[in-house]
Design a protein around this ligand. Structure first.
Ligand SMILES: *Cc1c(COP(=O)(O)O)cnc(C)c1O
Length: 455
């Protein structure tokens, strides 16, 4: 019985010549359609052998055509999709961190689509340096003597360590041996840079004399890492950045501060906790400060190094920099983002990440109310949908330990558990990412402008 059915299956050749397939070839290309036909035939063969009542084949049965289309659409659909961030984490690493301002996105697009003066000096008509696109702006915002930018903050730290301390010791407090998001671990970066980690002090207490006693002829650098995703509280002590800078200066060794999130603006002015700015860290005497482009700065993924001119010059001479350099679209977006900071109020209005962090709570509550109404209609009597007070986080090691007041739409369904609800929301177009909290599914509304998404 199944043998007879199997013999009836048409050949790929025959299938590819039928009218519908020819049309699909015009749309998706020959190779893709042949692959989809092959997969469909295999499935039909399996259906026949297992005696299931799934589609078999012959041309007069259109169910296989539907399946071919489905496979082709699956193959050609973008894997990277817009998702709605209702996680309660504003700068969410897994969801792509900061959101670009309109002008930054446009600049990236222009750089992608056109030839641009990336490394071309339009005045001299000669080769230029891509750093000049952003260096002046970084200097203007931070008071640094010089600056450069690379692929991300991890690359910035790696590059600086490799420039000043290959084969040498780098002194770091045991209280600052950070791990960020599981993939940036200071000891590992240190090893990869060719440096020897010289830990000093204890987890909770490190004194200036611990640093002082560790300095020897083979010391390449003193490094301070901003403990950006945790706080050590209680019986603690750390020398100030100023004291470390003075020590490094006295001993003639470079002093770097990895600020991580590193704000350009003083967030305290906008009602958020104070996050050390690049400017004040340089003023305290750091030789180099490194920050991420896509955390509090609100730009594209990048790592900025700002500081002393001689140190930045040495970094620029390191051949490793060529491997870590920024793409033109990223540079364009970074330049446009930095340009917005010339007017801080404008930066706050235009950069979505900053706008969400400083967004008026009443406005968040209003959006939550609208979204709850939409979802009530959609989910029907099965679900209890209500607005609740909530707290969210800046995320990505920015403003750690800080609860930002927010509002969520909470959902409790009679037919679906919270994890099922989470899956249902993730399967929407666009997918909505919330969080499960005991028996509730919660959608934080701080990063949502418009309840339309839930329709
Ligand atoms: C986030 C962070 C990093 C890693 O930066 P990326 O831009 O993700 O490479 C390094 N150090 C600190 C202190 C951070 O907060």
């Amino acid at each position: 019985m199944s043998d007879a059915k199997l013999r009836l299956l048409p050949s790929i050749d025959r299938l590819s010549q039928c009218h519908d397939a020819v049309e699909l070839i015009g749309q998706f290309g020959r190779e893709s359609v042949l692959n989809a036909l092959r997969e469909t035939l295999n499935e039909a063969r399996k259906n026949i052998l297992s005696g299931s009542d799934g589609y078999s084949m012959p041309e007069n049965d259109p169910s296989w055509l539907r399946r071919v289309k489905e496979i082709l659409e699956g193959m050609t659909a973008p894997r990277l999709k817009r998702v709605i961030n209702c996680t309660g984490v504003v700068i969410h690493t897994n969801l792509g961190r900061a959101l670009l301002a309109e002008s930054a996105a446009q600049a990236a697009r222009l750089a992608g689509e056109s030839n641009v003066n990336l490394e071309f000096d339009l005045d001299k008509g000669a080769r230029g340096d891509r750093d000049t696109l952003v260096e002046e702006l970084i200097i203007a915002h931070t008071g640094a003597q010089a600056a450069t930018a690379v692929n991300n903050n991890a690359a910035a730290v790696l590059l600086a360590l490799n420039t000043f301390a290959p084969g040498k010791e780098v002194i770091v407090s045991r209280g600052e041996l950070i791990e960020i998001g599981g993939s940036f671990r200071l000891p590992e970066i240190m090893a990869r840079s060719g440096c020897v980690l010289r830990e000093v002090g204890t987890t909770n207490r490190t004194h200036l004399k611990d640093y002082e006693e560790a300095v020897n002829d083979n010391t390449g650098m003193i490094l301070r890492a901003h403990t950006s995703n945790y706080r050590i509280i209680g019986f603690t002590t750390q020398p100030s950045t100023k004291e470390l800078a003075e020590l490094a200066n006295r001993k003639g060794i470079p002093f770097m501060v990895d600020l991580g999130s590193g704000a350009i603006l003083d967030m305290a002015v906008y009602g958020l906790p104070h996050e050390p700015t690049v400017k004040e860290t340089l003023e305290e005497g750091a030789g180099i400060v490194t920050i991420s482009g896509d955390k509090l700065l609100g730009g594209p993924q990048a790592g900025i190094l700002a500081g002393d001119k001689n140190l930045i010059t040495a970094i620029n001479k390191n051949h490793l920099k060529r491997a870590l350099r920024l793409d033109k679209m990223i540079l364009a977006a970074l330049e446009a983002t930095l340009r917005l900071y010339l007017n801080p109020e404008e930066a706050l209005r235009q950069i979505p990440t900053l706008r969400y962090l400083t967004r008026n709570l009443e406005e968040v509550r209003k959006t939550a109310g609208e979204a709850a109404a939409v979802l009530k209609t959609r989910l029907g009597d099965d679900a209890d949908v209500f607005v609740m007070e909530d707290v969210c986080q800046a995320g990505s090691g920015s403003l750690p330990e800080m609860d930002i007041p927010s509002y969520s739409v909470a959902i409790k369904s009679k037919t679906m558990g919270p994890n099922e609800l989470a899956l249902w929301f993730r399967s929407q177009n666009p997918p909505v990412i919330g969080r499960v909290d005991k028996d509730l599914f919660r959608l934080d509304m701080r990063c949502v402008d418009d309840a339309e998404w839930f329709k």
